[in-house]
Design a protein around this ligand. Structure first.
Ligand SMILES: [Zn+2]
Length: 239
């Protein structure tokens, strides 16, 4: 590092110290993305250790899946909701990748995801990705891949229709809204594999279910598990 760039980075540290993505307190040199307190008090679900959990129950009868997990519960207005909002809308791709690394460690430690062959991030429609500049689910997936030692296939599936934001769509029309929204474009790479579909937030679960169904239709001999970073208790039917 040149003297100038090291001076510049020290100045940046001085004026814009890295802050915790949840509580916004300055981070110490040993902390990354989250402070020690937020990490220790994270609203973890522990679902990765429960083969039968509320997310698995949600997919029951909708789509055949091997395993499903959510890492965090989030509440409206909480720092954790802000973190997820930020990595969607404020280019915090590094935060998404770091959260993915953490989640990947938890899945690996649980022992229930050790036979996953390939990670598939939930695709964004090309226009939306162009507008946002990146797909946050891809960075989440990359972080998970790093800590699980599993490859990520970014282009296996594409979103063929620009479905309107699920949050603004009335519940009853959500299922119809995602129908036919995905196209598998690299079926060969998925054959016979155990896939892990990754998304950042669970709303109704219908988008994830539709993606899994599209993959199973194109590649009947693959197996699919699902890993979502965060969901509200209400969306999982637990209070
Ligand atoms: Zn914090």
């Amino acid at each position: 590092m040149s003297i100038l760039s090291s001076v510049l980075s020290e100045l940046k540290e001085l004026f814009f110290p890295a802050r915790c993505a949840v509580c916004k307190e300055p981070l110490t040199a040993e902390e990354q993305t989250l402070c020690t307190l937020c990490r220790a008090t994270a609203p973890l679900t522990g679902y990765e250790r429960e083969p039968y959990n509320p997310l698995v129950a949600k997919f029951e009868g909708l789509v055949p899946i091997e395993r499903a997990s959510v890492m965090l519960f989030f509440r409206q207005g909480s720092g954790w909701q802000q973190l997820i909002h930020d990595f969607k809308y404020h280019a915090s791709w590094r935060t998404a990748r770091d959260m993915g690394r953490w989640y990947g460690h938890r899945l690996a430690e649980s022992g229930w995801y050790s036979d996953v062959d390939l990670i598939i991030p939930m695709p964004l429609h090309a226009l939306k990705q162009l507008h946002r500049g990146y797909n946050q689910a891809t960075y989440l997936a990359e972080g998970m891949g790093l800590s699980m030692g599993v490859k990520v296939h970014r282009r296996a599936v594409k979103r063929s229709r620009n479905t309107s934001a699920q949050a603004r769509t009335p519940l009853h029309s959500r299922a119809a809204n995602v129908e036919g929204a995905f196209v598998v474009r690299d079926a060969d790479a998925l054959r016979g594999k155990h896939l892990l579909v990754v998304d950042d937030v669970l709303t109704t679960g219908s988008t994830v279910a539709e993606l899994c169904l599209a993959i199973l239709e194109a590649v009947p001999d693959c197996r699919i598990s699902v890993a979502v970073l965060a969901a509200s208790r209400a969306s999982l039917g637990v209070e």
